[in-house]
Write a protein that binds this ligand. Sequence first.
Ligand code: XLS
Ligand code: NI
Ligand code: NI
Length: 436
Amino acid sequence: MAEFFPDVKKIEYEGAESKNPLSFKHYNAAEEVEGKTMQEHFRFGVAYWHTMRGEGADPFGPGTALRPWEGADDVANAQNRARVFFEFLEKLGAPFYCFHDRDVAPEGESLAESNDNLDAVVSVLKEEQDRTGLQLLWGTANLFSNPRYMHGAATSCNADAFAFAAAQVKKMIEVTKELGGTNYVFWGGREGYQNLWNTDMKREMDHLATFMHMAIDYAKQIGFTGQFLFEPKPKEPTKHQYDFDAAACINFIRANGLEDHIKLNLETNHATLAGHTMEHELEYAGSQGFLGSMDANTGDLLLGWDTDQFPTDIYLTTKCMLAILKHGGLAPGGVNFDAKVRRESHEPIDLFHAHIGGMDAFARGLKIAAAIRADGRLENFVKERYGSWDTGIGKDIEGGQASFESLDAYMLDKGEGAPNASGRQEFLENLINEFI
Ligand code: XLS
Ligand code: NI
Ligand code: NI
């Protein structure tokens, strides 16, 4: 079989002292941390859309990427591209991948033609999965690129757009099931509004709930047991996306009786755009029982859009891993690199540098987070900070044995409350730096 990355051998773990840029310094798939291998902790996934379809275009210029395997935008080339992708995955050593229907196969003149094109490429994906043992982390449908979705898909003012989107998601749930995908993602591409003058918000959100119930019913009907995930994002492309952040998504999910069926796929750059940190989003979702998976791309703090950069910040990966370990891990979700190389990094080898760096940054974050947890000082500090809730009046309140009247009597008797202890923020920031 032809090799598309002839200069790259399988990327191996060589340890922190290695100077080989095509090796892992920290990601060692088989190494155990807190009783699980790194491979099991991360379940790294590669995004087909950025890695195989990203051309490096921006609003000021066309694509720059050199991709010698590219040809016509037809099914034959799409099948060949799928084989290139699996060579990349194998050499990188990432066990999972993710894709949208329209990433892998060209859209046809009609729904039926598009489905046929998709089937033709899915059979190659299946073959390659069987050959390599690599797996699908999640599938999804592109409900935002085609002009029919200019007003949204499930929230469009045009009922036919809703119907077309339903047909697309139906097909992609079938495909995800066929490929053994462990999750299915809903990122609400254009589910939001540009202007409230022309928008019936209540009706649009009710339609979105109807759409989700139909998806759940269909998954049940065909026996798809993968986890459904919502991916919050506050804006872009619309001015306001309904899946704004973890809290807004969880409210929508609960308000519509969907809580037994949907968790969240959190994306770092989306958290930033929502005015949150990623650790906030992970902590919020985790504490509410909705932590599903993550898209690990980051943004640029000076740029207000979704720049989809590979994560290299060790503080960030440490904070992410602290939250993920605390909430019991991501499986059946994983860490998907919804990230693209910069327009100036246009050679195929840059795809390797980018993913290796991201995987190493997460591996370091995991080791640091595990060391912080093993040390125990941070956890103990937090535990002690809430000590007043473990005995006496605090325990009574948490246990449901107090009322406004009993607390009034308690405070009248006591006169003034216990003094406050220091929050010790600077002490804790220094403590974390001992580990980084
Ligand atoms: C866009 C989203 C998208 C989803 C999949 O900002 O991150 O790439 O992850 O549709
Ligand atoms: Ni994403
Ligand atoms: Ni994004």
